[in-house]
Write a protein that binds this ligand. Structure first.
Ligand SMILES: Cc1cc2nc3c(=O)[nH]c(=O)nc-3n(C[C@H](O)[C@H](O)[C@H](O)COP(=O)(O)OP(=O)(O)OC[C@H]3O[C@@H](n4cnc5c(N)ncnc54)[C@H](O)[C@@H]3O)c2cc1C
Length: 373
């Protein structure tokens, strides 16, 4: 894709933009929750949720770049499709490592509107996710028994299934395995965590959860390598999502400072604000170029992982979104703080993006290590 869109991509972006304006343009249409099942169903009916899934499973067969455009535009348009990000990240793991039966069920479902979640983090295993202790033991009948707790699991409460990473061996990284856990599996309990972002994350408790032998996704004890193989996609998708939010926060701020007058002139005409707008515009443009370029690289060379570049995209986009929302709030004065405007919502969404999917500190570490440090 590079930084220029193909005519098909431009049409796709225009269609998503139009949908967002028409169907999600007001707060009444969007509702309060980050995920609105009704609107998500409409996106599925348009065939957009399978944007980068293979055609044989009901997807549109597009690339990562197409998925990034969809994420950017839905985020810009404030479309309450919060389930999509974990779905597309998780679906890619099934696409790479799932059995034919798993792919037929999970990928086809995702293209039709099913939500997927991924459960790695635990109370004592955050940035050091390889230290996770949720246990899976295989019984003599071949079934797996799972016990442990996961935390911060986005969209688990609306997911049709959860891709669970559990410990099957003693070696820190070489003892992890991925499991397919359908919603409602006996022994699994999901409890919402209250946050400033509304209903989005959950604790997941697993007590004597029994899974059949064929619930393993990929290979036993190979879960870490499988996770690593998808990290570039995850980071890129999160970056695209935050690029959309940064653009939206910026546009909302510009619209406000053009209108709001103090001392007899629009506040945006004061140099203090005008320069801030110029700096933000430049940062956002750099982010856009980086995200598009990394997406194009990943599509062009699907066997390469691009860890440095994907971490750069995630770091840059999330930090830029946070800055855009914070500065937007400052430039709107007291009104940026009021729930009457969307800026406080942008800030709440942006502020945590530098934590999930690997914190900014961890992204910097990955980038630094890629220079042999
Ligand atoms: C809204 C939200 C959604 C999430 N969704 C999911 C999900 O769907 N699935 C899932 O599995 N997890 C999810 N997570 C968990 C997320 O990935 C972790 O929160 C994140 O990896 C950080 O872990 P932690 O919160 O335990 O912080 P810690 O790891 O305890 O970090 C605390 C601080 O120490 C810093 N730090 C830690 N290690 C280092 C280091 N080596 N070098 C420098 N600094 C370091 C961190 O950057 C951070 O500032 C989500 C989290 C949030 C908040």
């Amino acid at each position: 894709m590079g930084t220029r869109l193909t005519p098909e991509q431009a049409d796709f972006v225009a269609a998503v933009r139009d949908f967002a304006k028409r169907e999600c343009g007001t707060r009444e249409q969007r509702g309060r929750d980050p995920h609105n099942a009704d609107i998500y169903g409409r996106l599925a009916a348009l065939g957009w949720l399978g944007v980068c899934l293979p055609e044989e499973y009901g997807g549109a067969g597009g690339g990562l770049a197409d998925a990034c455009l969809f994420l950017e535009e839905t985020s810009y348009g404030m479309v309450p499709a919060g389930g999509f990000i974990t779905t597309v990240i998780t679906a890619k793991a099934y696409e790479r490592f799932g059995t034919e039966r798993q792919k037929a069920e999970v990928l086809t479902g995702a293209a039709r509107g099913a939500v997927l979640a991924i459960a790695m983090s635990e109370p004592a295993a955050g940035s050091d996710v390889g230290a996770l202790s949720c246990r899976a033991r295989q019984g003599p009948d071949g079934d797996w028994l799972i016990d442990g707790q996961k935390t911060w699991i986005s969209n688990a409460h609306v997911a049709d299934s959860i891709l669970l990473v559990a410990r099957t061996g003693e070696a820190k990284h070489a003892g992890l395995t991925m499991f397919h856990v359908p919603a409602g599996t006996p022994g699994m309990q999901i409890r919402g965590i209250e946050t400033m972002g509304g209903r989005e994350v959950n604790d997941v408790f697993l007590s004597g959860v029994r899974l059949p032998a064929d619930a393993v996704v990929g290979e036993v004890d190979n879960g870490w390598r499988q996770l690593m193989a998808g990290l570039n996609h995850e980071r890129l998708f999160l970056a695209a999502n935050m690029l959309g939010l940064a653009r939206r926060a910026f546009d909302d701020a510009v619209a406000y400072v053009r209108e709001r007058e103090q001392f007899g002139r629009p506040v945006g005409s004061f140099q203090a604000l005008r320069h801030r707008i110029a700096d933000l515009a430049t940062e956002i443009e750099c982010t856009r170029l980086l995200v598009r370029e990394v997406a194009a690289d990943c599509d062009a060379q699907p066997d390469r992982l691009f860890p440095r570049e994907a971490s750069m995209a995630k770091l840059k986009a999330t930090e830029t979104a946070k800055r855009a929302a914070l500065e937007g709030m400052q430039m709107m004065g007291g009104y940026g703080y009021a729930t009457e405007y969307d800026m406080e919502r942008h800030l709440r969404a942006a502020v945590v993006s530098t934590v999930y999917g690997g914190t900014s500190e961890i992204q910097r570490d990955v980038i630094g290590k890629s220079y042999g440090l």
